[in-house]
Ligand binder design. Structure first.
Ligand SMILES: [Zn+2]
Length: 227
C-alpha cells in the first residue's frame, strides 16, 4: 500500500515538473517567434488594372510579381510579412458600388489591424512622355520617419538598379494611403511602364528581384537605425 502511495506521489511530482517545463518552453517559443511585422501592399488588382503601359501592360501584374519577391526577400531577412493581396484580386466586394474606395479603405483597415513596423506599397508609374523613367519613392510629407525610410529606399533602388539619372524621394499629402496610414508607409513606384526600355526591364524576373532586394535591404538599414 505504502509503495503505491509513493508511486502516485512520484507520478504527480513528475506531472507538475512536466507542466512547468512545457510552459517555459512555450514562453521561449513565443519570444523567438516575435519577428518584426511588415505589410507589403501590391497596388490595384482584380477589376482595377492600375496604369496601362506600352503594349497594354497592366500595372497590377507588376505590383503583384514584385510584391511577392519583396515578401520573400524580407522573410529571408527574418521579418514576418503580411500581404494586402497575393493573387490578382482587389480588396473590394463584388457587390460594392464603389470598388475603388472600398479597396483602399480595406487596405488601411488591414494596416490598422496588423500594426506593422512599416508598410511598403508597390506601384508602377506612367507618363505621357515615354522618355520619362526611373524609380521613385513617396512618403507622407509630415512624417519624419516616413521620409527617413523613403530616402533609404530611394538610395538603394538608385544603387541596385544602376539608375542613370537618380530621382529623389518625394513628400506628398494627397495620396490616400499616405494620408490614412496609421504608421510609416512608403509608396514605391518601381519604374515607368510607359518607357519601353524600363517596361522591358521590369518584365524580367532578375530585374524584379533586384527591386525586391533593394527594398528589403533598405528596410533592414532603416530598422537598424531605429534601434
Ligand atoms: Zn498604382
Amino acid at each position: 500500500m505504502k509503495k503505491h502511495i509513493m508511486e502516485l506521489l512520484m507520478g504527480c511530482f513528475l506531472l507538475v515538473c512536466f507542466y512547468y517545463l512545457s510552459r517555459e518552453a512555450a514562453v521561449v517559443t513565443v519570444e523567438m517567434n516575435q519577428k518584426k511585422v511588415i505589410v507589403v501592399d501590391c497596388g490595384h488588382g482584380g477589376s482595377d488594372p492600375g496604369m496601362i503601359g506600352i503594349d497594354g501592360l497592366k500595372e497590377k501584374d507588376f505590383n503583384l510579381a514584385i510584391g511577392l519577391k519583396v515578401k520573400e526577400s524580407l522573410e529571408k531577412r527574418d521579418f514576418q510579412v503580411v500581404m494586402t493581396r497575393d493573387t490578382d484580386t482587389g480588396l473590394y466586394e463584388e457587390a460594392s458600388n464603389n470598388k475603388k474606395a472600398q479597396d483602399m479603405q480595406k487596405r488601411i483597415l488591414l494596416i490598422q489591424e496588423v500594426k506593422p513596423v512599416l508598410t511598403v506599397s508597390i506601384h508602377q508609374n506612367s507618363y505621357e512622355d515615354s522618355r520619362v523613367k526611373g524609380p521613385q519613392v513617396f512618403y507622407y510629407r509630415d512624417s519624419p520617419q516616413g521620409e527617413k525610410l523613403a530616402k533609404i529606399l530611394q538610395e538603394k533602388l538608385n544603387e541596385y538598379l544602376q539608375v542613370e539619372r537618380p530621382r529623389e524621394a518625394k513628400g506628398n499629402t494627397t495620396y490616400y494611403l499616405l494620408r490614412r496610414s496609421p504608421g510609416v508607409l512608403n509608396i514605391v513606384e518601381c519604374g515607368f511602364l510607359t518607357n519601353p526600355e524600363e517596361a522591358t526591364m521590369l518584365s524580367h524576373e532578375e530585374y524584379q528581384q533586384k527591386v525586391a532586394e533593394a527594398v528589403a535591404d533598405g528596410v533592414v538599414q532603416y530598422m537598424n537605425g531605429m534601434k
